[in-house]
Design a binder for this molecule. Structure first.
Ligand code: HEM
Length: 399
């Protein structure tokens, strides 16, 4: 033995020290030293911007049943595997067409006044409270109210709904292990029941809203089974708030940590649109997208075998110096190409609600920082410990 110490190979490890507080240095290490990373846990991870973008556009599957190996289908799918995010063509194409009709740019334009009204009310409440936990007092209730209003959701047990969705999200995390199978099935069944009941009530009390439009699409052309309809609505409901909460709280935290950028934005409302893109790039709410190879797939000279799980590191790609330049790690609200971030994914599964999230982010963050010029952090942030939907769980603020 020569006695020389061999360096440890770089490995993606979300359990490493400090990861949850700031995972970006860790992503940078993996991207630099193992851009196409074969993980001992039985999956692959791709981190360079160019590779991630290409992967999202490639003909890969999102259906867990196609995965072999140890990281394979040990856990049951959420929403019975019927939500469009878990479906491949031709089912995906059919469902996507139907669902995206409700999210056209024109439909979204009509939503702006609704969002403004709800932001105003939420800020009035926050102002009366004088501060508190930004997540509980603002970042959560606002997107929840917006998606409930847009869907025209009948009264539903919102406390239970949130408990169930956060349980499903937690159990679906990479690294959550194969335990909790019965818990997932039970939470999934209860969530579907809750939404199914709301849909039944909506049939009796129709409105000019997204839920009625989706019900009509089912009744009219026999295109969505009842189970499929329930799964799409549950998915839109959850995706509609659990992600946007983190855009608002993570985005505001990033501004509080960069006072120069905060004051720049306060004085320049014309920057609002670009600022949301840069905040999405810098602190993306969704860090990973998962794909499964149907046949051997080549990425940057590496052969990934068929049946492999491949994680696309959206957060890693968003800070790749090769694409963004040497200041990739800096928050720069006037970054010209900020909109090219991969925080909404790419290819066939590109986020359906991107326009809605952008409207909410722009109005909520712009109004908040201008209405309360004394806004400041009033204590330590606590992160939610998730990667699929990462954000602050608690962020104490003073106004
Ligand atoms: C900041 C907020 C949001 C972020 C960061 C985000 C992120 C994403 C990402 C990364 C994907 C692609 C996942 C993949 O490729 O595997 C996705 C898909 C999706 N998102 Fe979003 N999302 C946000 C807001 C919303 C909202 C507000 C809605 C609905 C109201 C929504 C509905 C969906 C749906 C239905 C899909 C599945 C699309 C498909 O599979 O074809 N999202 N989102």
């Amino acid at each position: 033995m020569s006695g020389a110490i061999r360096p440890m190979p770089v490995m993606f490890n979300p359990l490493s020290d400090g990861f949850m507080e700031d995972p970006h240095p860790h992503y940078a290490e993996v991207r630099r030293h193992a851009p196409v990373h074969e993980h001992p846990g039985g999956f692959w991870m791709v981190s360079r911007y160019e590779d991630v973008e290409a992967l999202l556009r490639a003909d890969l599957s999102v259906d867990k049943r196609n995965a072999g190996g140890s990281a394979g289908p040990a856990r049951p799918p959420r929403l019975k595997g019927l939500a469009l995010i878990d479906q491949d063509p031709p089912h995906h194409t059919r469902l996507r067409k139907l669902v995206s009709q409700a999210f056209t740019p024109r439909a979204m334009n009509g939503i702006e006044p609704v969002v403004r009204d709800l932001v105003d009310k939420a800020l009035d409440d926050l102002g009366r409270a004088g501060g508190g936990d930004l997540v509980d007092a603002f970042a959560f209730p606002l997107p929840f109210a917006v998606i409930t209003r847009i869907l025209g959701m009948p009264k539903i047990d919102t406390v239970r709904l949130r408990e169930l969705t956060s349980l499903l999200i937690r159990l679906g995390e990479p690294g959550a292990g194969s335990g909790g199978k019965a818990d997932i099935e039970a939470a999934d069944a209860e969530l579907l029941e809750l939404v199914s009941d709301a849909i039944s009530r909506k049939r009796q009390d129709r409105g000019d809203d997204l839920l009625t439009a989706l019900i009509d699409a089912e009744d009219g052309g026999d295109r969505l089974s009842h189970d499929e309809l329930v799964a799409q609505v549950a998915m839109i409901y959850v995706a509609g708030y659990e992600t946007t909460v983190n855009l608002l709280s993570g985005g505001i935290l990033a501004l509080l940590r960069h006072p120069d950028q905060l004051s720049l934005l306060r004085g320049a409302p014309e920057l609002d649109r670009n600022a949301i893109e840069e905040l999405l790039r810098y602190e993306p709410p969704v860090h990973l997208a998962r794909r499964i190879t149907l046949r051997p797939h080549r990425v940057a000279g590496h052969d990934i075998p068929a049946g492999s799980i491949v994680l696309a590191s959206l957060a890693g790609a968003n800070r790749d110096e090769e694409f963004w330049g040497p200041d990739a790690d800096r928050l720069r609200l006037d970054r010209e190409n900020a909109r090219r971030h991969l925080s909404f994914g790419g290819g066939a599964h590109y986020c359906v609600g991107g326009a809605l999230a952008r409207i909410q982010g722009r109005i909520a963050i712009g109004e908040l920082i201008r209405r309360f010029p004394g806004l400041e952090q009033a204590g330590e942030v606590r992160w939610n410990g998730l990667l699929s939907l990462r954000g602050p769980a608690h962020l104490p603020i003073r106004l």
